[in-house]
Design a protein around this ligand. Structure first.
Ligand code: FAD
Length: 406
C-alpha cells in the first residue's frame, strides 16, 4: 500500500456527494433570494437540521476523520451552494471550536450540544465574539471586561462586540473578555453565555457587501451575569495561568482567541474554494456556449488561458487547504504558518477567480441575473475575516523568519 495518497476514501466520497446534493438542490435555488433579502435562511437551517447535516453528530463525525480532509470537503460543497447560507448553517462551528479549544471535558459535554439543539428540539445557533470596534486584527486590545463576583460565584461582563456572525440571534454565545487588563492578551479568557441570559442583547445588524444570508451584528454586554462554571477552562486553571504570567513565567497557553482561529483556518479557506469553484465552473460553461466573431469565446487563447490559470490556482489552493487540515489533524506542527497560508491563498484565489469569471461573462457577469457578481461580493470576506490577508502574512513571515515582524 502506498504511503502517500490524495485519493478520497469511500466515506469521504459519500459525504461529499451528500452535501453536494443538498447544496445543489436546496441551497442554490434560494441563494439569490436570500442575498437580495439579506435575511437569515431559517427554513434552510431547519431542513439541514432535519436531515442531520446541521447536527452535532455530523460535525463530530467530520471532525473525527483521521485524515482531517472531511471538514474542508463539507465546507467547500456548502460554499459552492452559497457561502452566506453555508455560513448561516455552519457559523455555529466557530462557537463550538471556541468551547472545545478552551473548555474542560465537562464544559464541552454541557455546552456543545446546546449549540445545535434548543430544549424544544429545534435547531440552535452559536456565535463566537472576539472583535470589538477598536480591536479587530489587534485582539490584544480588547476592552470587554469580565469581573468575578465572589459572593455569588458569577462573572459580570460588560462591553460591545462587533461583526459577530450569529451575534444576538445565537442561543449560545462564546465571548472573549479581559480578566486582567494589565496582562494584555494574556489576561483574557473565554466565557459561555447561556441561552436567554439577561444583559446580552443584539446591537445593530450590519448590511453587507456579500455573504448576506449570514447574520452579522453587534453584541452588547451590559452587566451580563453568568455562573462561575461558564468560564471556559475553569477558575482554578485561569488563576494558575494568570499567576504564571504575573511572575513572568510562560502562560503555557496560547491566547484564547488565537487558538480558536488557528484551528479553523483551513476550514474557512475551504469555503473560499467553494465560491471559487462555483465561479470557475460557471464561467467555463459560459465560455463554451457564448459565441462572438463566429466562434465560441473559449476558442480565443486569452479566454482559454484565463480558465487554465483559474483551474490551476483553484487546485493549488485546495492542496494548501488539505495540507493544513491534514497537518493539524495528524499532529504535525504548523512550522511555517501552514494554516495561515491555506486561508491566505484560498481567499485571494476566490477573489481573483470570481473577478475573472465576471470578465469572461462580460456585461452578463456584471448584472444580478447571473450569480458571478454575487460570488465576487461573497469572496471578498475571505480576505478579511478570521485574520485579514495582512495578518496571515504576518503569521507566516514570523514563522519562517523567527523574527517579530511588525
Ligand atoms: C462579515 C463578517 C463576519 C465576522 N464574524 C466575526 C465573528 O463571528 N466573530 C468575531 O470575533 N469577529 C468577526 N468578524 C471580524 C473580523 O474578524 C475582523 O473584521 C477582522 O479581524 C479585521 O478587523 P478590523 O475589521 O477591525 O480591521 P483592522 O484590524 O482595523 O484592519 C484594517 C486594515 O489594516 C490592516 N492591518 C491591521 N493590523 C496590521 C498589521 N499589524 N500589519 C499590517 N496590516 C495590518 C488589516 O489587514 C486591514 O487591511 C467578522 C467580520 C465580518 C466583516
Amino acid at each position: 500500500m502506498a504511503d502517500f495518497s490524495l485519493e478520497l476514501n469511500e466515506d469521504q466520497i459519500q459525504i461529499q456527494k451528500w452535501v453536494h446534493d443538498f447544496a445543489e438542490n436546496v441551497i442554490r435555488p434560494v441563494a439569490h433570494d436570500y442575498d437580495e433579502r439579506e435575511e437569515t435562511p431559517w427554513p434552510i437551517i431547519d431542513q439541514a437540521a432535519e436531515i442531520g447535516l446541521y447536527s452535532l453528530d455530523f460535525l463530530m463525525n467530520a471532525f473525527a476523520d483521521p485524515t482531517g480532509i472531511t471538514l474542508p470537503l463539507v465546507m467547500e460543497e456548502m460554499a459552492w451552494g452559497d457561502a452566506g447560507i453555508g455560513l448561516a448553517i455552519f457559523g455555529t462551528t466557530l462557537g463550538v471550536v471556541g468551547i472545545t479549544a478552551n473548555g474542560t471535558a465537562e464544559q464541552v459535554m454541557e455546552w456543545v450540544p446546546q449549540c445545535f439543539r434548543k430544549e424544544n428540539d429545534k435547531p440552535a445557533l452559536a456565535a463566537f465574539g472576539v472583535s470589538e470596534p477598536d480591536a479587530g486584527s489587534d485582539v490584544s486590545s480588547l476592552r470587554t471586561r469580565a469581573v468575578y463576583d465572589e459572593a455569588s460565584d458569577e462573572w459580570v461582563l460588560n462591553g460591545t462586540k462587533t461583526w459577530i456572525t450569529n451575534g444576538g440571534i445565537a442561543d449560545v454565545h462564546v465571548i472573549v473578555a479581559v480578566v486582567d487588563p494589565a496582562l494584555g492578551a494574556r489576561g483574557q479568557a473565554s466565557f459561555v453565555i447561556p441561552p436567554g441570559t439577561p444583559g446580552l442583547s443584539q446591537g445593530q445588524k450590519f448590511k453587507k457587501m456579500g455573504i448576506r444570508a449570514s447574520h452579522t451584528a453587534e453584541v452588547v454586554l451590559d452587566d451580563c451575569r453568568v455562573p462561575g462554571r461558564c468560564l471556559l477552562g475553569g477558575k482554578e486553571a485561569l488563576d494558575e495561568r494568570l499567576a504564571r504570567v504575573r511572575e513572568g513565567r510562560s502562560s503555557g497557553r496560547r491566547q484564547a482567541a488565537m487558538a480558536t482561529f488557528e484551528a479553523s483556518r483551513p476550514a474557512v479557506g475551504a469555503q473560499a474554494l467553494g465560491i471559487a469553484r462555483a465561479a470557475y465552473e460557471f464561467s467555463l460553461d459560459y465560455a463554451k456556449e457564448r459565441r462572438q466573431f463566429g466562434r465560441r469565446i473559449i476558442e480565443n487563447q486569452s479566454i482559454a488561458f484565463m480558465l487554465a490559470d483559474m483551474k490551476t490556482e483553484l487546485d493549488a489552493s485546495r492542496l494548501l487547504v488539505w495540507r493544513a487540515a491534514w497537518m493539524s489533524k495528524t499532529g504535525h506542527m504548523f512550522e511555517n504558518g501552514e494554516g495561515s497560508m491555506s486561508k491566505l491563498k484560498a481567499g485571494r484565489t476566490a477573489v481573483w477567480i470570481t473577478e475573472r469569471a465576471i470578465q469572461i461573462l462580460g456585461g452578463y457577469g456584471y448584472v444580478r441575473e447571473n450569480p458571478v457578481e454575487r460570488w465576487h461580493r461573497d469572496a471578498k470576506i475571505y480576505d478579511i475575516f478570521e485574520g485579514t490577508e495582512q495578518i496571515q502574512q504576518l503569521v507566516i513571515s514570523r514563522a519562517i523568519s523567527g523574527l517579530h515582524i511588525q
